[in-house]
Design a protein around this ligand. Structure first.
Ligand code: AMP
Ligand code: MG
Length: 413
């Protein structure tokens, strides 16, 4: 049996990032930038006021206090969005609004709360100011020509803000992988039929499509292939328009497990393993016509675990991501865990962030067909291949598979 780490390495060696395409910057959210973005101008473009108040010459108000204010002549009003009409000379001030360009000659802005207008068109200033006070300097954020976002960056709302600031409405991003999803099995019927005796719903097709979508990729649901080579080949031919193919079931050693044979017959450089993991031991992987094809196991939990460990990093790599693995956390076990050593175990668990740190509870019902445990879980406890388990209160490695651990039903201020 091959280890999880080796299988992952061999698979990822075959995966290349997809090409790039243009997208508007909001649609680009969650995707990976395929070009460096540089700024044509700086930000702010010019010195501007950080306050509503008076732009003035800092030396004119030296020694000003509430009791002994300095009086300056107000030469004009300067709202945001307008340009200065004249320079500020000794003894003068400009009534300025937040964001308006600082007029030439002015070296500080005094906030309106520390001033009082007079009847005769002047203003009393009640305080001193430092050189440059309340002035946002041109280029303090970035300068013209700076690279503001590097190629390979994940586009988050902050990157969208930056792109809009530098006036870029469209960017080149890596393509979203299109992923064909095939379920195999004579026992399967679609979810809009009531399963007759001996048949079950094709849950994997839907679970895998949603896992694909959660990766930011696009699922193409091809439905059910029956347990014969012709039916499988037909679905695989239909799958050739996609960038990646995943199937579930038919990879064990049963009489009707044809996935690996068919992948081979269709020209795939087939690799088939028993991977030393539980759940999810049988895994077929190949490349057909340059497209990676994953034959995942049929048991519902096995296919989800195998997707998480092997397919998800592959899809993220295709989408141009560098950070393709789930980050593991260390957490304190609330219960003993007994395991038969020999395979890496992924135990469905509930991870909780408490004041004292992360706590993790392995859930009852770890069978590879027990979906209710998966519904209650938010993470896997990772039990190394050679381990026979842990005692309560030991610190163990946990792989959260959704963000629920970081969310709460009350604010925590
Ligand atoms: P297999 O590897 O094809 O023998 O499948 C292993 C187990 O997973 C069997 O109990 C199947 O009924 C079940 N299974 C296979 N495919 C699906 C599917 N698409 N949805 C739900 N269960 C499945
Ligand atoms: Mg089957």
């Amino acid at each position: 049996m091959i280890s999880v780490e080796s299988a992952s390495e061999i698979i990822l060696n075959e995966i290349k990032p997809l090409g790039i395409e243009s997208a508007d910057i909001v649609s680009a959210l969650g995707r990976v930038l395929g070009e460096d973005i540089s700024a044509r101008g700086g930000n702010p473009p010019w010195d501007n006021s950080a306050m509503d108040g008076y732009a003035l010459r800092q030396e004119d108000i030296k020694g000003a206090t509430k009791e002994r204010p300095v009086e300056l002549k107000v030469i004009y009003d300067l709202p945001a969005g307008q340009t200065p009409k004249a320079q500020v000379n000794p003894g003068e001030a400009v009534r300025i609004m937040t964001g308006a360009p600082v007029p030439p000659g002015a070296t500080a802005v005094v906030m309106v709360e520390k001033t009082e207008p007079t009847q005769g068109g002047a203003v009393k200033i009640f305080t001193e100011a430092k050189q440059g006070e309340n002035i946002r300097k041109a280029g303090e954020d970035f300068r013209a020509g700076d690279t503001v976002i590097k190629s390979g960056s994940l586009i988050r709302p902050a990157e969208v803000s930056m792109l809009a600031t530098v006036g870029v409405p469209f960017v080149f991003v890596h393509k979203r992988p299109r992923v064909a999803v095939i379920s195999t099995g004579d026992e399967l019927c679609d979810i809009n039929e009531a399963p007759p005796t001996g048949k079950i719903s094709n849950s994997n097709g839907y679970a895998l499509a949603s896992l694909v979508a959660e990766c930011g990729a696009e699922p193409i649901q091809l439905g059910i292939a029956r347990d014969n080579k012709e039916s499988l080949k037909e679905k695989l031919r239909a799958a050739m328009t996609a960038d990646c193919i995943i199937s579930s079931g038919g990879v064990s050693v049963g009489d009707y497990d044809f996935v690996k044979d068919v992948l081979k017959e269709m020209g795939s450089s087939m690799i088939f393993w028993k991977v030393a993991m539980k759940p999810g031991k049988p895994l077929a992987f190949g490349v057909i016509g340059g497209k990676p094809a994953f034959g995942l196991p049929g048991n519902p939990i096995s296919s989800m675990v195998a997707f998480e460990q092997f397919v998800r990093p592959a899809l993220l790599k295709m989408a141009g991501r560098k950070d393709i693995f789930r980050r593991n956390f260390m957490a304190k076990l609330t219960k003993d865990v007994k395991i038969k050593p020999g395979r890496m175990n992924f135990l469905r668990a509930e991870l909780k962030a408490e004041e004292s740190g992360f706590k993790v509870t392995p859930l009852e019902g770890q069978g590879s067909g027990v979906i209710s445990t998966m519904v209650r879980a938010n993470s896997f406890i990772i039990v190394p291949q050679d381990s026979s388990g842990f005692a309560k209160d030991e610190i163990v490695k946990v792989q959260p598979f959704d963000s629920s651990v970081f969310m709460a039903d009350k604010h925590g201020y």
